[in-house]
Design a protein around this ligand. Structure first.
Ligand SMILES: Cc1cc2nc3c(=O)[nH]c(=O)nc-3n(C[C@H](O)[C@H](O)[C@H](O)COP(=O)(O)O)c2cc1C
Length: 191
C-alpha cells in the first residue's frame, strides 16, 4: 500500500488550509493510500538553531523526520505568508532535513527521491500561488520529485460550502487530479 502523509502549514482554528487538507486526505484515502495526518500543532519544534541541534536534537524533530521517512509521498497544504510559505512549515521542513544518527550531511532521508504534491488556499484572488512557487523550489532542493499538478483555492473565505466541500467544480477536480497523480507517482517511485 502506498503511504502518504498530509502536512498542513496552518494550525489556525478554522484554517482554510486545514479544510483543504481534509478534502485532500479523503481523496487520497479513497484512492487507496495509507494516510498519515501530520498536525504540526502537536509537535514541539523550536526555531531551528545549530546549537540546539548539536546539543539536544529536539525529540519532536526526530519524530517528525521519522514519520516523513516512513512515507512513500508527502502532500503539503499551506497558506501563503507575504508571498512565501509560513515559518511554521519552513521550520518543520528544515528540522526534518537534518542528518541524524551518523547520517551524511545531505542524506535527506526524510525526502530524497520521494513524490511530493503541493496545495494552497488563501483569501487573495491568487490562491497562494506565489507561496507554492517557493514551496516547490524548496522541496526540489531537498531532492523530492514534486508532481506538476497543484491546487490553488483563491478567495478561500468564500470557497467552501457548509459541509466543507469546495463550491467550485474546478478546484475540486484539481484536488482529485493532484491526489491521483501523487499516489501513482509515489507508488511507482517506491516500487
Ligand atoms: C503574516 C501573514 C502574511 C500573509 N500574506 C499573504 C500573502 O502574501 N498572500 C495571501 O494570499 N495571503 C496572505 N495572508 C493571508 C492568508 O491567506 C490568510 O490568513 C489565510 O486564511 C491563512 O491560511 P489559513 O486559513 O489556512 O490559516 C497572510 C497572512 C498572514 C498572517
Amino acid at each position: 500500500m502506498t503511504s502518504i502523509a498530509v502536512i498542513v502549514g496552518s494550525t489556525r482554528e478554522g484554517s482554510f488550509n486545514l479544510m483543504l487538507g481534509d478534502l485532500a486526505a479523503a481523496s487520497l484515502a479513497a484512492q487507496g493510500a495509507a494516510l498519515t495526518r501530520v498536525d504540526l500543532a502537536t509537535f514541539d519544534l523550536p526555531l531551528y538553531s545549530a546549537a540546539l541541534e548539536a546539543n539536544d536534537f529536539p525529540p519532536d524533530a526526530q519524530r517528525l523526520k521519522d514519520i516523513f521517512a516512513a512515507q512513500d509521498g508527502l502532500l503539503f497544504v499551506s497558506p501563503e505568508y507575504n508571498g512565501s510559505l509560513p515559518p511554521l512549515l519552513k521550520n518543520a521542513i528544515d528540522w526534518a532535513s537534518r542528518p541524524t544518527g551518523g547520517e551524511g550531511l545531505v542524506a535527506l532521508t526524510a525526502y530524497r527521491g520521494k513524490a511530493a504534491a503541493i496545495m494552497s488556499a488563501s483569501i487573495s484572488p491568487f490562491g497562494g500561488l506565489r507561496g507554492l512557487m517557493h514551496l516547490r523550489q524548496i522541496l526540489s532542493t531537498i531532492q523530492m520529485l514534486v508532481i506538476p499538478e497543484q491546487v490553488v483555492v483563491p478567495n478561500a473565505h468564500a470557497a467552501f460550502a457548509e459541509d466543507g466541500s469546495l463550491k467550485e467544480a474546478l478546484p475540486a477536480s484539481l484536488v482529485e487530479m493532484t491526489t491521483g497523480r501523487l499516489v501513482a507517482v509515489a507508488r511507482a517511485l517506491s516500487g
